[in-house]
Design a protein around this ligand. Structure first.
Ligand code: XCC
Length: 668
């Protein structure tokens, strides 16, 4: 095994890897060492979409002097490297968008059941947001005309809204409603190019069709459909998920939380919620507080029940309830290795199949809860049922409690955990910037124009076992803060920030340049704002749009001094997210590796050509400091285009300078 310090910058992770090593338990870090990534697949240059291949078309080695440069091979059907690489990229976008849009469908179906009073335990919690979304969808808030007009009940509004939203999944023509939330200029760009998504499902299906053998074989055209598909994720499925989850479970407001493996408690029943859809986790959060359940745990010898999260289900319940987080993606096996997890409850996405093996080495019950996501091996399946969700949640919790007396190996919980302040929805940021009546992003814009804040960065995405755990997130974000760039974060990146103390207001003085530190201190916010889970990247789109609408920073998202990054990305969802940010006008940099390097022509198009059309572009930089440099250079370029680059040089005069100035004036 490699030196533990080289695998993760997180001490808690290192401690658990040591324990795993001592106990002979294999983790992703070991498997990554044994299995090197396939170099051809890594660059997207392997075509396996028909049975005549797989055809490998890697870039030929550079010719030596005097030798003729070899041409890049094509597939047996003649498909060029551009087509093959573009297809592979497209299928990543399709799968990523499918994951988010299918998540969204599940939330919409639950929302309908709640609206009709058929879902046990759930409520319509945020009526203000319900009305706001209803307005977007043209759902009337009143019935009758003039003075006879009467307010409709929240249930009536929600019932009609649910039908309208659900119809958008199978919609064949027209436009997704939330497209209209984007800045006017952005909407025009999309309409002119013909990439406005028609529905949530159709764009994914069409992209899969077009990448089938012998269909779309022109890379610009394939990428065009990638755009339509990715936009159906960001401004469609993901945004629908965020908004309906806010209506059902509450719009996040600042709340204290705690992050890292140290949140687990040896004398408590520990339950970890892992995955992405907060539907069942919300009910588990209710069940663990019920007196009978707590009593049941105490009868088994536990002091209480500790619920903790992992991956994006964790972000959801952290943002809304302050429920602690045990860690990000690469912590999933490590949590079980503590020997203290009595049940790990998974829903969908980012769950490693190896969890079943690791769980077997300890006493942990691995409970799958979604019919779409079963795991082979000694796992237990308790299916989520929205009509009896609270009962299902109670059953899950009881399974965990029953398992508490079965702990066998030595329990060792790392002490590391860090307090955090989270819950920065786009609405909450607006409120913090100016109160409920005057709330506006203009305060932020004003500080950007004045140069105290140099720009805004969205740093999001996964961990990746091919890159040192948490290191790129941390290094990149610290460098951005030092340079007065405020950071918006989601997903596993947000958890890295939490683990390393960047999600507290105090972090402003420790890590930021003087301008950003001053702004954060005045408003009382951390310099890194945790905006939620990966579907909540839609909140970043809304925040960017709010900046445009507040005025002073151009007419479009592409005018903003802003940039995005996913320095440790690994999932297909990240590619869909990246592509909707790029085509919404954002310069977006990925780390680790980039899946199109097998074709220089296609990569040049994504890294340069696409900017002419969309104002945003992709980039790939492995080194996080270099990544920060490029993002800041982009921010400065946008500042110069807006004519606010000089403002940064504004100098605050001290007494001595003033005296000199007065003396000079007097001398004239
Ligand atoms: Fe998964 Fe969302 Fe990536 Fe983390 S950040 S590894 S996708 S949990 Ni979304």
């Amino acid at each position: 095994m490699a030196e533990l310090e080289k695998l993760s910058v997180d001490v808690a992770a290192q401690e658990m890897l040591k324990k795993a090593q001592a106990e002979g338990v294999e983790t992703i870090f070991d498997r990554a060492e044994k299995m090197k990534p396939c170099p051809i697949g890594e660059e997207g240059a392997c075509c396996r979409i028909c049975s005549q291949g797989p055809c490998r078309v890697p870039k030929p080695k550079k010719a030596k002097e005097g030798e003729e440069q070899k041409k890049q091979a094509t597939g047996v059907c003649g498909a060029t490297a551009e087509t093959i690489v573009a297809r592979n990229f497209a299928r990543m976008v399709a799968a990523g968008a499918a994951a988010h849009n299918d998540h969204s469908r599940g939330v919409a179906l639950l929302f309908k059941e709640v609206a009709h009073g058929r879902a046990q335990g759930y409520q319509l919690k945020d009526v203000t947001k319900l009305k706001q979304v209803a307005r977007d969808y043209g759902v009337a808030l009143t019935v009758g005309e003039g003075e006879a007009a009467k307010a409709r009940s929240k249930e009536e509004i929600a019932q009609e809204l649910a039908d309208k939203i659900l119809a958008e999944f199978g919609q064949q023509e027209g436009e997704l409603t939330f497209i209209k939330r984007a800045p006017k200029k952005r909407q025009e760009i999309w309409r002119d190019l013909g990439v406005v998504p028609r529905g949530c499902d159709i764009e994914i299906v069409e992209l899969m069709h077009r990448t089938h053998m012998g269909v779309d074989q022109e890379y610009h055209n394939i990428i065009k459909q990638c755009t339509r598909c990715a936009l159906s994720d960001g401004w469609g499925g993901s945004m629908i998920s965020t908004d309906l989850q806010d209506i059902l479970f509450g719009n996040p407001v600042p709340v204290a939380g705690e992050i890292n493996l140290g949140v687990l408690k040896e004398d408590h029943v520990n339950i970890i919620i892992h995955g992405h859809e907060p539907l069942l986790p919300e009910m588990i959060a209710v069940a663990v507080q019920e007196p009978e359940i707590i009593q049941y745990a105490q009868n088994k010898g536990a002091k209480g029940i500790q619920l903790a999260g992992m991956c994006c289900s964790a972000n959801e319940i952290l943002m809304r309830h302050g429920i602690p987080v045990a860690g990000n993606y690469l912590h999933q096996e490590l949590a079980i290795i503590t020997g203290a997890v009595d049940a790990m409850v998974v829903d969908v996405q980012c769950e490693m199949q190896a969890l079943a093996n690791v769980a077997k080495c300890y006493h942990t019950k691995l409970i799958t809860t979604d019919p779409r996501a079963r795991i082979e091996g000694e796992t237990m399946h308790i299916p989520f049922d929205d009509h009896h969700a609270l009962d299902v949640a109670r059953q899950v919790v009881r399974e965990a409690i029953d398992n508490f007396p079965n702990r066998r190996s030595p329990v060792m919980i790392p002490s590391a955990s860090h307090p955090t302040i989270v819950g920065f929805s786009y609405e909450t940021i607006r409120y913090l910037l100016g109160g409920s009546i005057r709330g506006s992003y203009y305060t932020l814009n004003d500080n950007v124009i004045g140069g105290r804040v140099r720009g805004v960065a969205g740093v999001v995405g996964c961990n990746n076992c091919r890159s040192m755990h948490d290191n790129a997130h941390l290094t990149l974000i610290k460098e951005l803060l030092k340079n007065d760039v405020i950071v918006l974060t989601t997903g596993c990146s947000a958890m890295t920030c939490g683990k390393f103390g960047l999600l507290t207001p105090e972090a402003a003085v420790q890590h930021c340049g003087p301008g950003l530190a001053e702004v954060c201190e005045t408003v009382g916010i951390p310099p890194v704002l945790h905006m939620g889970s990966c579907v909540d990247n839609s909140r970043i789109l809304m925040a960017a749009t709010a900046c445009v609408k507040a005025g002073g920073l151009g007419n479009d998202i592409s005018d903003l001094p802003a940039a995005g990054a996913a320095p440790e990305w690994m999932s297909e969802k990240a590619i869909s997210i990246g592509h909707y940010f790029v085509t919404s006008g954002v310069y977006t940099v990925f780390g680790v590796t980039f899946p199109t390097t097998g074709s220089d022509i296609l990569t040049d198009y994504l890294f340069q050509g696409i900017e002419e059309t969309y104002g945003g572009k992709w980039d790939f930089v492995e080194d996080p400091l270099e990544m920060a440099k490029k993002m800041i250079a982009h921010i400065d370029k946008k500042r110069a285009a807006l004519g606010i680059d000089k403002a940064r040089e504004r100098v605050l005069f001290d007494m001595e300078m003033r005296r000199q100035l007065e003396a000079a004036a007097g001398a004239e």
